[in-house]
Design a binder for this molecule. Structure first.
Ligand code: SF4
Ligand code: SF4
Length: 375
């Protein structure tokens, strides 16, 4: 395993982190905890989780692994998270920390994130007197958490704004080989401030492994696009830990293999990728699910946006999109979905979208394909 220094805190952390958001929920917690222990044995010492991940089982799974680690608990960096909307008072923030500690079978967390900042108003809400940050500061004073960090899906310049007051000791960002153009400003702002930078979504939420053919331009010298994407984050000097959501031992083996030999991408390689990344390719739905359950008319926004990825990735024309739509509605992710044409443009999904996608406009395209399909 390759290790890096976590910013000015100076911790020696593995370049690959265990992201606890993609456990196979058809397996038992014991089987999934074994996966975590396998990763630790391979040298991964950064373990990340949050409430609600994997049908709300992730913290319990990590907790089981932590118990089995015994005294080796001190050799790993364990993190969890709380959202400002849910932890809107200092008391609720503390209660959330206590719940995570209990589930994780530990008496301290190394890092605790003010979680999922998508708009600067959410950050401001966390920082207001009597709010989440104040509660976390008290937890820190009592030794329940060692460091307060922030996790954000803001665009680069807004990330810079978020960090100006030096309130956080680490930052978790969704950055990868497909979206780095619009997040890079944030990465460099954090790095230059001496913060450890943790990259989430290095494989764009599975988009890269699922579209290797269309994304062949990402790779070079016989590597796969997935390996190139991992190499991009792992070898990047500004990124400290690359969080990978592991499901199998093979995933761990691949990430460890890439980490051991990863050389930074050359300027020419990055330039080639930059040229290929059209404006649209930067705007893929990662399937993160943050828009789910919000639509007043029940439109499965994530499903439609995942389907729309095909247009961006493979450049399908209208006729091909109509054909794919019919297949998805009969057999795929859109079975039983209300029509995209029912969107009333309320904007709730766009407000929640971690990738800032123009969902309403895309749904209009899809509604047009629905009409073509019906005619
Ligand atoms: S903008 Fe449309 S799809 Fe999005 S939540 Fe509102 S009605 Fe639903
Ligand atoms: S539409 Fe946005 S919020 Fe919804 S799953 Fe896709 S990227 Fe995530």
């Amino acid at each position: 395993m390759r290790y890096k220094t976590f910013g000015k805190l100076g911790y020696n952390v593995s370049a690959v982190g265990f992201g606890g958001m993609r456990f196979d929920t058809t397996r038992t917690d014991a089987e999934n905890a074994d996966l975590v222990l396998y990763a630790v044995d391979k040298g991964i010492n950064w373990l990340d989780t949050a409430p609600n991940y994997c049908d709300d089982r992730s913290e319990d799974i990590l907790g089981r692994a932590v118990r089995q680690l015994g005294s080796r608990r001190r050799e790993v960096y364990l993190s969890s998270k709380g959202q400002p909307q849910e932890c809107d008072t200092a008391e609720k923030a503390r209660a959330a920390v206590e719940k995570s500690l209990k589930r994780l079978n530990t008496d301290y967390l190394d890092f605790y994130y003010v979680w999922c900042i998508r708009r600067l108003e959410e950050y401001e809400s966390a920082m207001r007197p009597g709010g989440q940050y104040e509660g976390l500061m008290r937890c820190k004073e009592e030794g329940l958490i060692r460091h307060i960090a922030v996790s954000t899906h803001l665009r680069g310049p807004d990330i810079r704004t978020l960090l100006t007051k030096n309130e956080f000791e680490g930052v978790l960002l969704g950055v990868n080989i497909l979206n780095f153009l619009y997040r890079w400003d944030g990465v460099t702002a954090a790095y230059n401030q001496g913060l450890g930078v943790v990259a989430m979504n290095p494989l764009a939420g599975g988009v890269i492994p699922q579209n290797e053919q269309a994304l062949a331009f990402l790779a070079e010298n016989g590597e796969t696009p997935t390996e190139a994407a991992l190499r991009f984050c792992i070898s990047c000097p500004q990124i400290t830990v690359t969080l990978v959501g592991f499901t199998t031992r093979e995933h761990i083996d691949t990430a460890c293999r890439v980490a051991e030999r990863a050389k930074p991408l050359t300027e020419a390689h990055i330039e080639r990728i930059r040229t290929h990344l059209s404006k649209n390719l930067n705007s893929l739905c990662t399937g993160c699910g943050y828009c789910m359950g919000l639509c007043p008319v029940g439109i499965p926004v994530a499903g439609y946006m995942q389907y729309y990825n095909d247009k961006l990735l493979v450049g399908k024309n209208d006729e091909q999109m109509v054909k794919t739509l019919n297949i998805q509605k009969k057999f795929g992710i859109l079975v039983g979905a209300p029509s995209a044409g029912q969107c009333i443009a309320c904007g709730r999904c766009e407000k929640a979208c971690t990738q800032h996608l123009d969902i309403i406009s895309r749904l209009k395209d899809i509604a047009r394909w629905e009409q073509q399909s019906a005619s």
